[in-house]
Ligand binder design. Sequence first.
Ligand code: THU
Length: 161
Amino acid sequence: MKKIQHITTVLEYTSIEELDSIYQNLINKAKEATQSSYSPYSNFKVGAAILLENGEIIQGSNQENSAYPSGLCAERVAMFYANSKHPDIPVKCIAIAGYSNDQFLERPLPPCGSCRQVLLETQERHNTPMKVLLYGQNQILEIENIKQLLPLYFDKDMLDE
Ligand code: THU
């Protein structure tokens, strides 16, 4: 038996001003997107903003449904739209923000497991590293490659074995 460790590297910022202006703008777009959330059941508004390699920004927010599992997270709403609008353009970065009880969350909001799987497949599809920015009022986290957030991931290569 041998122990294998998977180490995740995360960069931490305590102020948005520490980031390049392009990423400050992307975070602001994610914050803006929270306001288009349809979340009457959880009252938890999530916004995502995706920066494409051509400079275009795609925004999305969580969309809930009275049949609860039919709803979708902000990250997947934005990513599926980006991929359907521009199937051949790689994604450089996704910024995520959360809003609840009339304010932006203090802590960064990490994407759920299903969203990590979808983001990872987009990265693999374009073979271009995707940066992830998690916004919180007190802390901003940057992950330089979505693979960092999903060790031992399942991907299409498994289907060929
Ligand atoms: N949600 C997202 O949109 N993204 C996440 O990363 C976590 C959760 C949404 C799903 C649901 O509408 C609400 O937040 C509460 O779980």
